[in-house]
Design a protein around this ligand. Structure first.
Ligand code: NAD
Length: 454
């Protein structure tokens, strides 16, 4: 993996001063999660016109019984003298675009002094075609304002939103879990995203630091890169991990499995019986299977004009056909019945398209379609299927890009840098966690608000 030398230079002493004088972009190194870290480092402003804001303020401050343990320093009024670490805008009760003025203008007063790595989070309801036009305008307005605000933030701060379906209370598990994820440094590279919450399903964990305790997870492509980080992160959160990769990566795979206290399974995911073998390993060695992370993926980039059948077919086989076949085997086995979670790796290329990647984007667009259609099949068991779409992540896959393309790709996001494998892993761990039960068939982008796609 190649280091981001530019990021280091513009944050160095002499070179940093020079970069400032030259007016060069100066990305801030992001703060990542370490166990024991405070959820938020400073006061949290909760703004909003209705009772939902009161409910969330009570929860965050720990004065609500159910919120015991969060104990954040919650304030209800913007005050220019305070350096806020985060602001939560509860906009669930807006009815007209004019209702957005007061909370957003109140927020404006604190932005200049927002702490480094600050967090702005909107909580709103979805706009729908069957609503009164003014209501739909107000709700869709939140989307536009949030995405724009995220582009204005500096100092490693991020802006994201939760869009909570009508009828789902704001203290539903997925809202609270989502808030906690977005407030924390686990979401360091998630920026400019609005995540839909569809239902009250899900459960609050007994221990927010080990939400996956007692769960057994399979991670494919776990020998290196993003997959290895996912294995580490799920294990840190309490899961028992089965690390899967091709036999050729056997040594690295064993090292990962040993590091996380899990087991290794050498398996090519394109094998016809991959699903059955995964399941047998999980049941024989660990007695159950709860979480499946489809991370194994390959690129074979070529313009379509120069594409070979081998390059096209191998990418489709690993990145989508294998996931479909494995899911089918698991779903028909009748063994995944206790709130199972499937999380698949998509890509911003599958959303926005990318020159030279028709095969890859077909497979990653396919992943997005697949999780949407798979989610209803898991719903009867309290299960979910979702996708995580990474943007530019610093791995061996991206280290193979030409130097100039790589440098440019890193800067083309609001956070002006590439993400780390752990950033993707944190999003996967969140979607695999019990509180995320109300998030179904969604695509969570981990891209630093990349300028491509929506
Ligand atoms: P990587 O190439 O570093 O690692 C991929 C792993 O998958 C390797 O260990 C490889 O051996 C394994 N693998 C490949 N084919 C397999 C097969 N048939 N069976 C079992 N294992 C197999 O890639 P990465 O950058 O860590 O990417 C991980 C996932 O994230 C992929 O699905 C990729 O498409 C996606 N992604 C990555 C980026 C990025 O910027 N790195 C961006 C978007 C999406």
């Amino acid at each position: 993996m190649s280091a981001d030398t530019y990021l280091e230079l513009v944050n160095g002493g002499v070179t940093g001063t020079l970069a400032k004088k030259l007016g060069l972009p100066r990305p801030t190194p992001l703060r990542r999660f370490t166990p024991g870290q405070a959820l938020v480092d400073g006061p949290v402003l909760v703004l909003g016109p209705g009772k939902d804001a009161d409910t969330l303020a009570r929860y965050l401050s720990g004065t609500d019984d159910a919120g015991a343990g969060w104990d954040l320093d919650v304030r209800r009024h913007a005050d220019e003298g305070t350096r806020f670490a985060a602001a939560v805008l509860v906009l669930t009760e807006v009815e007209h675009p004019q209702d957005l003025s007061a909370p957003l203008l109140a927020l404006s007063a604190v932005l200049k002094t927002l702490a480094r790595h600050g967090r702005i989070i909107t909580v709103s309801r979805p706009a729908r075609d069957d609503q009164a036009p003014a209501l739909a305008a107000a709700r869709q307005g939140v989307d536009g304002a949030l995405r724009s605000l995220a582009k204005e933030l500096r100092g490693g701060a991020t802006g994201n939103g939760l869009v909570v379906a009508d009828g789902v209370p704001v203290d539903a598990p997925a809202v609270l879990g989502g808030l906690r994820f977005l407030l924390s440094s686990r979401s360091a590279y998630v920026d400019g995203q609005l995540l839909a919450i569809d239902s009250e399903a899900g459960a609050l964990p007994e221990d927010w630091d080990r939400p996956l305790a007692g769960r057994v997870a399979v991670v494919t492509g776990a020998a290196r890169g993003i997959g290895a980080a996912i294995a580490d992160t799920l294990a840190r959160d309490g899961a028992t991990v089965i690390a899967v990769d091709v036999p050729a990566a056997g040594e690295a795979l064993t090292a990962v499995a040993n590091r996380v206290g899990g087991t290794a399974l050498q398996l090519d995911v394109t094998a016809k019986d991959a699903g059955e073998r995964l399941l047998r390993h999980a049941l024989d060695r660990h007695g159950r299977l709860d979480i499946v992370v489809h991370n194994a993926g390959i690129t074979r980039d070529k313009l379509l004009a120069n594409m070979t059948p081998e390059k096209w077919e191998s990418v489709l086989a690993v990145n989508i056909a294998a996931q479909l076949r494995i899911n089918e085997a698991l779903l028909t086995s009748g063994e995944l019945t206790d709130a199972p979670r499937i999380v698949s790796l998509a890509s911003t290329s599958g959303i926005a398209g990318n020159r030279g990647q028709t095969n890859y984007a077909a497979s990653k667009g396919g992943v997005i379609g697949m999780v949407r259609a798979t989610a209803p099949l898991l719903a009867p068991f309290g299960g979910t299927a979702n996708a995580v779409a990474p943007g530019f992540i610093e791995t061996e896959m991206t280290a193979r890009m030409p130097t100039l393309t790589r440098q440019v790709a890193r800067r083309l996001s609001s956070l002006q840098q590439g993400g780390q494998p752990v950033d993707v892993a944190e999003a996967v761990a969140f979607l695999a966690s019990p509180p995320a039960g109300g998030i179904v068939g969604q695509v969570l982008r981990v891209c630093g608000q990349a300028m491509v796609g929506r």
